[in-house]
Design a protein around this ligand. Sequence first.
Ligand code: PAF
Length: 317
Amino acid sequence: MQRLTTIAETRATVARHRADGARIGFVPTMGFLHDGHLSLVRHAADLADVVLVSIFVNPAQFGPGEDLAAYPRDLAGDEAKLAGLGAAAPAYTFVPTVAEMYPRERVTTVRVAHLTYRLCGAARPGHFDGVATVVTKLFNIVAPDVAVFGRKDFQQLRVVQRMVEDLDQPVEVVGGPTVREPDGLAMSSRNTYLTGADRDAARTLSRALRTAVEVARDARITGRSADPGMIQHAARVTLTADPRVRVDYVEVLDADTLAPPDQPGGEGTETGHGEPDNRQRLLVAVAANVGPARLIDNVVIGDGEDEDRLLHATDSA
Ligand code: PAF
């Protein structure tokens, strides 16, 4: 595994592989890698001949007062974990400095509308502008055929997928499943902020999602469709039961448009009749502050595999 640090050497390296006919896979990260990242790298290795992992804490996606300075970093540890993947280890890491990525004041921003209006887009103004802009830069530098993003950041995945469609960026964007701790907590670099009672309280997020899936399944068993209001209420009750969990949002949205499920037309659903579409896949997304950590998690109801994975992971929680 070789570390690349400049845009020029990364472009030249990828161009050489492409000239040999290799398919390039890419996993963008901000480092402090955990098993969730490693599963994305394995996924990329299945889809491509040569895999590159970027490690770059992108200042443009942090708002004032957020944890940019405190964001955990461990480059040596990250590269050791990647090397430990054996046959699935990436051929390259790309580890640019901030000056390499942003050599002067940036006056160009990529902004994805609609999909960024709710959830973390509402809670973290400007965050997705920073993400869309750096991901576009990374795609321009690495020129991957396929890029793998975690479904844990579901809104980010949808934003990047829509950006790629709208801007004709020639890359396939694939989502990899959320990897969870044994008690159901979704893996995140920010889990490192959690200690003691906070760590215990953090599993309330996945429990709330479990409640949502159970309500939806109960409805289906009795031949009814899953009512978004009931699902949201059930998840919120579970999440608010623990006073250590300071809820930011509990939302149930159309999983494709990220708009309210009963909102026809516009960027909402496509029923065209002003009625909820019962075949919709519903994203149940939660965000909460637990101790010093801001945590997010989600499940897609109507996606059997995602529901099963969540239920299985929270069985013993
Ligand atoms: O998900 C992340 O780690 C970041 O948002 C990303 C995609 C690497 C862009 O900085």
